[in-house]
Design a protein around this ligand. Sequence first.
Ligand code: FNR
Length: 366
Amino acid sequence: MTALFTPLALRETTIPNRVMVSPMCQYSCDARDGVATDWHRTHLTSRAVGGAGLVMTEATAVEARGRISPEDLGIWTDEQAAALEPITEFVRDQGSVPGIQLAHAGRKASTSRPWEGHEPLQPDAGGWDVVGPSGEPWPYDDEAPATQRLTRDDIESVVDSFRAAAERAREAGFEVAEVHAAHGYLLHEFCSPVTNEREDGYGGDFDGRIRLTREVTAAVREVWPDGKPVFVRISATDWLPDRESWTVEDSVRLADDLADVGADLIDVSGGGISPDSWPENAGPNYQLPYAERIGSESSSDIAVGTVGGITTPEQAAAIVANDRADLTIVGREHLRDPYFTLHAAQALDATDEIEGPPQYRRAFGF
Ligand code: FNR
């Protein structure tokens, strides 16, 4: 059996192979209401048809002001959840596992879509005031939207929003809930000393800074079915070695804390906390060493997923065969090739190891 096509069992959920579609914003709720459109249905279901074991939605906002752009998906209303339900059903019908990334963009919210310049949007231009651990705005070239420091009461309501979003996602049929705590968005802004200068219980030392991520993960776990897994995406490093910042050692420690509140897998990404928080070389497998370290050094037996620069079947297969990560998470290659997993089975001479759609049998030969 090819390791890439062995199932991954987490709690009572079995992911049929080790390929996950990475969460990728589509900026396609054209009515700016957070409700999934034909684009989302086509995008997500075609990747399930393409054989990915787990199809994760884009960053799906748990409250309106937590959207990156006005066109992001949301799950703070019943209408938004209802629009996602047929997608989860179809993904499951293909033998794939539907996952949802629950997100809050913090001070990086309220921007235009990438193809419209990714510029900060003021409230009079369709944007809104944003929130963060402090009132310090993201350093845009243009004027940032007003950035408010969350009060203790506001923090409680953010945790409640994540919990309510998870409840809606559960009812909509998702099997994996992923907490987005990476890329310089709200939870990462609390974790990193680069952006968190709070002196109350949600800042200061490591335990204070990770408290919000821990509380959000615990709240999601509380309402997520016992048999179904919770993932957390983290930035393993801020890539800012010259200043006090978030490090891989911090990530190993965080993984243990999150395992403690019921997380099952750490989705290991990186960067995004400030404009200079980028890898020097984003080549093949560029974030794999962090996933490996978290997997081997954390004292819990939490699973790890690796993302970043995975583009070929051989690469993904080697990561799993050499036990370097439990799950390979493929982003941009899935935009180029929705059928990445079916093509991988062909390339690895393993079409008899997967159950592809019978409609496509004559093309792929499973
Ligand atoms: C992303 N990425 C991303 N990450 C995330 O956690 N939530 C998201 O909604 C998005 N949105 C998004 C949109 C688009 C168009 C791209 C290209 C990327 C990051 C993505 O999931 C992945 O981590 C990176 O692209 C690196 O993986 P690849 O592309 O090298 O496989």
